[in-house]
Design a protein around this ligand. Structure first.
Ligand code: PLP
Length: 225
């Protein structure tokens, strides 16, 4: 048995209330925004109380860390849903397809090829989000906004990938709103429903801009060690 974790549960309730309030303030239904609990660096003992409280949607940023923690949790809670939100090496594509229900960081042609091959060899077909480098930062992963439409079309038509939405991590030193708005425009013109944007510090702005899922770590679990 894990020790109860009143803080994470209290934080979870508080964040859900803030999501609902942000939705109401801009005329959106509260169920239109999913809370993705980011559990990188957290132990299974820290995660389990959230599962016991009924939360089901989680994200990790490393394949290896996910493989160490989540198969056992899935046996206990078969309806949990797990996303990959960190960079994926092509040689880990098969592992990622086996472990994750959504791969949110499809960010290059070679990975599209590798994921399509891994899905073809598997009985699983995780949803894919294309990561867009909305800030055009040289050091950051993601597709350049100007190349997004062509990349999305390629993923769908040439590689047959289940592209269902977009994801971005805006530059840390800028107001995120224009980045959220840009992601929403690219999604709208490509007919993509899911928008993964907004983290602990900016999820309310992301909701105003149309986020359908917000990725929350620190505000749930406290600072990562
Ligand atoms: C860690 C991480 C988050 C969560 O960030 P917090 O600021 O701790 O809420 C969200 N998205 C990605 C891609 C991350 O790596």
């Amino acid at each position: 048995m894990s020790a109860p974790d009143p803080d994470a549960i209290a934080n979870w309730r508080a964040i859900r209330a803030r999501i609902a309030a942000a939705c109401e303030a801009c005329g959106r239904a509260p169920e239109s925004v999913a809370l993705v609990a980011v559990t990188k660096g957290q132990t299974a003992a820290r995660i389990r109380p959230l599962l016991e409280a009924g939360h089901r949607l989680f994200a990790e940023n490393r394949v290896q860390e996910a493989r160490a923690k989540w198969p056992a949790l899935r046996e206990e809670f078969p309806d949990l849903v797990l996303q990959l939100i960190g960079p994926l090496q092509t040689n880990k594509s098969a592992d990622a397809v086996a472990l994750f229900d959504t791969i949110a960081t499809l960010d290059r042609e070679r990975l599209a090829v590798a994921l399509a091959a891994a899905i073809g060899r598997s009985d699983r077909r995780p949803d894919c989000l294309v990561e867009i480098n909305t800030g055009r930062e040289a050091q950051k992963a993601g597709i350049d906004p100007d190349a997004a439409d062509a990349f999305i079309a390629d993923c769908r038509e040439r590689h047959g990938l289940p592209i269902v939405g977009l994801m971005t991590i805006p530059p840390a030193d800028q107001d995120p709103e224009s980045h959220f708005a840009l992601l929403a425009r690219i999604a709208a013109r490509n007919g993509l429903a899911r928008l993964s944007m907004g983290m602990s510090g900016d999820f309310e702005a992301a909701i105003r801009a149309g986020a359908t899922e917000v990725r929350i770590g620190t505000a749930l679990f406290g600072p990562r060690r």
